[in-house]
Design a protein around this ligand. Structure first.
Ligand SMILES: Nc1ncnc2c1ncn2[C@@H]1O[C@H](COP(=O)(O)OP(=O)(O)OP(=O)(O)O)[C@@H](O)[C@H]1O
Ligand SMILES: [Mg+2]
Length: 280
């Protein structure tokens, strides 16, 4: 066990322990939205470890630059979040697709960031303030729960077309690559619905579809503009089946495949390990 990596996000802190870039242990903790030495110790404690167990601790995400350069004689290596997203997303996707050399990496976290990675260099392309935090926040307002697992189960059981206006209603049929049952207006039906008849499942599904579609459509257009053939999606938002389903549906409409690697929530922490190794 030689190196640790910690990604300080707005919702989660993800921590890995690794030999080189072979992750051996991983944990995810709720974020306390502060980054200091105590938070580093708290993250490592979630793996049952201490600072002194490592020869190097790589940090990224949020306010990681506030950390000192050394804790208990162990160097703290700071890796920019954009670089960590790009390198980590590509690294995880390469496990299944070893020939992959460049891609658009979408970090679907509390918010959404899109990063082009080529030749081990990452560049921020675009993003959206619509992300996982939007899904949770709107569901709290609309259906009274901020529990991600509950929202996922409700959304999977619901039908977003109960709250959306579909293309068949809007235009009478399919448009281009979009089938007639694709939506034309997210929540477009809600204005005229009798509130008592709207169920929680359909509301959760409507929010998941809206959030997933915003991310998918921006990603497809960004990848085209950047002339990148591959889109990799990481972050804990794609732990949720309801969001993965929307991404794959939109990808199907446009003939684009979204690659979601295993353990997508640890991609940015993994990228901190990869990025730190590149600079040494
Ligand atoms: N068990 C869970 N608890 C909380 N959120 C979850 C859970 N599973 C999935 N999510 C989703 O993951 C989102 C957060 O993703 P992630 O942890 O990757 O972001 P982050 O790194 O904390 O944020 P950012 O990178 O934007 O600072 C939540 O907003 C929520 O939609
Ligand atoms: Mg993050």
């Amino acid at each position: 066990m030689t190196r640790a990596a910690i990604d300080f996000g707005l919702t989660h802190v993800d921590v890995l322990a690794a030999h080189d870039t072979d992750a051996l242990q991983a944990a995810t903790l709720p974020s306390q939205r502060t980054v200091d030495v105590a938070q580093v110790r708290r993250a490592l404690a979630a793996l049952g470890r201490d600072v002194a167990d490592f020869r190097q601790i790589c940090v990224t995400g949020g306010q990681h630059r506030r950390l000192p350069d050394v804790i208990d004689d162990v160097p703290i290596v700071k890796v920019g979040e954009i670089e960590a997203i790009g390198l980590g997303g590509l690294y995880l996707a390469q496990r299944r697709q070893p020939d992959l050399r460049e891609a658009l990496v979408v970090s679907a976290g509390s918010g959404t960031a899109m990063v082009a990675v080529r030749n081990n260099r990452a560049q921020h392309v675009t993003g959206s303030a619509v992300g996982g935090g939007t899904l949770i926040g709107l569901c709290k307002l609309l259906i009274g729960t901020a529990d991600a697992q509950e929202i996922d189960a409700l959304a999977m059981a619901g039908d977003s077309n109960k709250v959306d206006i579909t293309l068949i209603e809007a235009t009478g049929g399919a448009i281009g690559r979009l089938p007639a049952d694709a939506n034309a207006v997210n929540f477009g039906r809600a204005a005229t619905l009798e509130l008592a008849k709207v169920n929680r499942e359909d509301l959760a599904a409507g929010v998941a579809v809206m959030v997933g579609q915003v991310i998918a459509v921006i990603a497809i257009n960004a990848a085209r503009a950047e002339r990148l053939d591959h889109i990799i999606v990481v972050g804990h938002l794609v732990d949720l089946a309801c969001v993965r389903r929307v991404l794959h549906a939109v990808g199907g409409y446009y003939g684009v495949k979204f690659t979601i690697p295993e353990m997508p929530g640890c991609a940015t922490a993994m990228g901190a390990l990869v990025g730190a190794a590149l600079t040494q």
